[in-house]
Design a protein around this ligand. Structure first.
Ligand SMILES: [Zn+2]
Length: 242
């Protein structure tokens, strides 16, 4: 960072702080800032505080956990709202309300996937039967023995988020820290299911170029047949997906 000592003809004298952080001007003519060192300390302090505020915004909280996965608009709105409420929560009813919002988010997430697809073994589980509906979804989207471990972890993860949301909803002794953990787990569950769908529906997922082994693959337009034409961005080799 550079602190410029600027003298103007008609607009007085200024300290101008310039560098990686946003620029700002501090007047020299009023006796707030005496030296360039003081301006440096003040500018750095205020900018760090601003950046910290940025990181604490509810949307940033959700973004950090979701790792950029596309959350559906409605689910993201619910999670952002819960995060906002969490930052203002003091009374036990406000903390319980975070649990309620996490519960509703999980019901909506599972309901959304469950209803938009014919799930095998459909036994008409109730809307709020997140565990059983979730298990059917996981079994459908993560098939085969190579997914056995992930199936197990994801079921435990979903069930944990569900159980803990219910605990927060009904307990009269939990704090904002436990509510924050509950929201963190819920957001991570939503993000995990979105990644699960992305993996399932990505036609190039798990493929690699048969010539050079690269995974930089694109799905190209195929004029001749309905089959998917995959092209390697590395060596331009094209092949039809089996
Ligand atoms: Zn290649």
């Amino acid at each position: 960072m550079t602190i410029w000592n600027v003298k103007t003809d008609n607009e007085g004298s200024w300290w101008v702080a310039q560098g990686d952080l946003p620029m700002n001007l501090y007047p020299q003519d009023q006796a707030y800032y005496f030296s360039s060192e003081e301006v440096f300390s003040f500018h750095l302090g205020i900018m760090l505080r601003l950046m910290n505020d940025e990181a604490n915004k509810p949307q940033e909280f959700i973004n950090n956990i979701s790792h950029g996965a596309e959350l559906s608009i409605s689910l993201r709105r619910k999670l952002n709202l819960a995060s906002e409420k969490l930052q203002q929560a003091v009374e036990i009813e406000e903390i319980q309300a975070i649990g309620v919002m996490c519960r509703e988010t999980l019901i909506e997430l599972i309901g959304y996937i469950y209803d938009s697809d014919s799930i095998e073994g459909d036994e008409n589980f109730k809307k709020s039967d997140v565990k059983n509906r979730g298990e059917l979804i996981i079994n459908k989207y993560l098939i085969g023995s190579e997914n056995k471990e992930l199936r197990k972890h994801l079921k435990n993860f979903l069930n944990g988020a569900w159980d803990y949301s219910n605990t927060i909803t009904h307990s009269s002794s939990k704090t904002i820290h436990e509510a924050s953990i509950c929201l963190t787990i819920t957001t991570a569950v939503v993000s995990s299911f979105e990644n699960l769908l992305a993996k399932y529906f990505d036609p190039a997922s798990g493929l690699e170029c048969k010539e050079c082994g690269s995974r930089h693959l694109i799905v190209a337009e195929n004029d001749e047949t309905e089959d998917l034409l995959i092209i390697c961005e590395n060596c331009r080799h094209g092949f039809i997906k089996d």
